[in-house]
Design a protein around this ligand. Structure first.
Ligand code: FEO
Length: 395
């Protein structure tokens, strides 16, 4: 296997998971697969930063062997205890018998819970560093980005940041650098990653990036633990700052589900009303759509309009994964409204409105309901409803 150089003395020794289609259980779809990125720093001393999912241990070990004898590794840094990065620790440490396992205290606690290895830990905290020779590893804790143990490793001599999950994207490719790939796709997957994993921690994201800026750490390259490496880090740093601030496109996501097409007819008139204001929208029926993609749209679009038919005085259960995610992820600075149809008791659209409020969406229009099947007059009301939301999204 040929070595993959990131910069002189730093090698990518991770693994590509071409076939994974769901991440974090079944909460996040990964249609493009993913990669688990581990980095080997070869100096007077040798360090491995992060490992890979256990099922890819063989691939990682082969890549390490292309650069050095794994027995000679002096330090294994665990930036994060989650198994997609720590799954191969036991295998590496069983070969690199003299290596120290470098991590913060919280990560150690996590690793002890996950594994029963009798490992030689070296506990680090923000500002600590390890000299490898010409290169240094410096550590910056990043609690709750996205786990309590999350940590970044920085190599000042290369101005290289290894932020583990931060700035990642779920993409499987033979390329290693963003600029050598389809940049629009990388940015779209980075947005999906941010929306589904980091959105509730937006305040911490802003704070951490400001902290890095205050420390005047010069960053030439960001090499995350999933997906491609950023050679032009300002692209992703700028995007993270925008996403964290709640800045979004003047566009509207219209998500719905329908029983006998009444709510669908309403949704179609609503998007026509939105379009009449020159505003873009995306219409998605949640029963046949991907919730983690819809969550990305919630990050990127300012308006969120959700509709449901009524069943058992509530919304259709097919909306639940999306609604529950939204309540947990709490997108910032969103405006929205609810709509839906009913037969007799009502309650579907009202339960959607309540859930949107719980997700922090500012309700800007009265909930719109229709009995049984919308008349032409009802559809005109839906068109106006869309137009009204679109004009608020633009302002
Ligand atoms: Fe990629 Fe939090 O693990």
């Amino acid at each position: 296997m040929k070595e993959t150089k990131v910069v002189d003395g730093v090698y990518w020794v991770g693994a590509v998971d071409w076939n994974i289609r769901h991440f974090h259980g079944y909460t996040y779809t990964t249609p493009y697969g993913t990669s688990y990125n581990a980095y080997l720093i070869k100096d007077e001393k040798i360090a491995l930063v992060d490992t890979v999912d256990a099922s890819f241990t063989g691939e990682m070990m082969e890549r390490i062997r292309a650069v050095c004898d794994p027995q000679k590794i002096d330090f294994v840094v665990a930036n994060h205890a989650e198994p997609d990065h720590s799954g191969s620790l036991a295998a590496v440490l069983s070969v690199a018998k003299n290596a120290k396992l470098v991590c913060n205290e919280r990560c150690k606690q996590g690793l002890e819970q996950y594994y029963s290895g009798d490992w030689d830990y070296q506990i680090v905290k923000t500002g600590d560093s390890i000299k490898l020779g010409a290169k240094t590893l410096t550590f910056l804790e990043a609690p709750m980005l996205h786990w309590p143990d999350s940590m970044f490793t920085y190599i000042p001599e290369d101005e290289l940041l290894l932020p583990n999950d931060g700035f990642g994207q779920h993409l499987a490719t033979t390329e290693r650098f963003v600029e050598d790939y389809d940049e629009a796709l990388v940015m779209r997957e980075a947005a999906k990653y941010y929306a589904n994993i980091l959105m509730p921690m937006s305040a911490l994201v802003t704070k951490k990036i400001q902290e890095v800026q205050k420390l005047k750490l010069s960053i030439k390259m960001i090499a995350p633990s999933h997906g491609l490496i950023w050679r032009e880090p300002d692209k992703i740093l700028g995007a993270y700052l925008r996403w964290a601030s709640g800045e979004a496109e003047p566009a509207v996501l219209v998500a719905y589900d329908t029983m006998w097409t009444a709510t669908e007819k309403m949704a179609r008139s609503i998007v026509e009303g939105i379009a009449s204001e020159g505003v873009q929208s995306r219409l998605i029926r949640m029963a046949v759509s991907d919730s983690s993609d819809a969550i990305r749209d919630c990050l990127l679009m300012k308006g969120i309009v959700v509709g449901s038919s009524t069943i058992n005085r509530g919304m259709l259960p097919s909306l639940a994964p999306f609604i529950e995610d939204l309540k947990g992820l709490k997108p910032k600075n969103k405006i929205g409204a609810a709509f839906g149809s009913y037969g007799w008791s009502g309650g579907g659209a009202e339960s959607v409105e309540k859930a949107l409020g719980e997700a922090g969406v500012k309700i800007v229009a009265e909930t719109l309901t229709v009995k049984y099947m919308p008349t032409d007059e009802d559809l005109s009301r839906c068109f106006e409803f869309g137009r009204e939301i679109a004009s608020m999204v633009k302002s």
